[in-house]
Design a protein around this ligand. Structure first.
Ligand code: HEC
Length: 141
């Protein structure tokens, strides 16, 4: 009886030491609320909103962001990062070079990779209020 109890305790004790801790990071999807929303708020929405650039995509909501541009290119195509301008425009610096002279605000390679992964995983972006992003005009300047 006692031996059995010790065996269970032993198993519980070594569980965190087993080498599967790295795996969970790869299998967890990129979170819209925790990762993508803050990134868009900090680095995109102060330009990409209906007031500032009415003729470009707005990232204020999924309804505004899941569109095709005037040239017919998809901005966010769930599951298809290579067809999504939100990925390719950022990965092709020339496209955004003129647009983003402020170095500090540019998304870095890690952030672009996260956006790519999020699109590849289906671009989960809740509709309605849960997915609204308000530009912070004052803080941006
Ligand atoms: C300083 C302002 C500014 C910021 C910040 C900015 N953009 Fe842009 N973006 C632009 C402008 C201006 C264009 C149009 C560029 C052109 O066509 O020459 C553009 C174009 C785009 C396009 C192509 C849109 C279309 O309608 O064809 C995408 C996609 C895009 N930006 C995504 C982003 C993302 C994602 C971020 C944040 C990581 C971001 N932008 C940050 C100004 C900005």
């Amino acid at each position: 009886m006692n031996l059995r109890r010790y065996r269970i305790l032993f198993c519980l004790a070594i569980t965190p030491l087993l080498p599967h801790s790295g795996r969970s990071e790869e299998t967890v999807k990129v979170s819209f609320q925790e990762t993508i929303r803050p990134l868009l708020l900090e680095k995109c929405v102060h330009c990409h909103n209906l007031k500032t650039m009415p003729d470009r995509v707005s990232f204020e909501s999924s309804g505004l962001a899941f569109i095709r541009n005037a040239a017919g290119q998809g901005i966010i195509v769930p599951g298809k990062p290579d067809e999504s301008l939100i990925v390719t425009a950022l990965e092709t610096p020339q496209i955004h070079e003129k647009a983003m002279p402020l170095v500090g605000r540019r998304p870095n390679v890690d952030e672009i990779a996260l956006i790519r992964r999020w699109v590849a995983e289906g671009a989960d972006w809740p509709p309605g209020n849960a997915g609204k992003i308000k530009p912070r005009f004052k803080a941006a300047e």
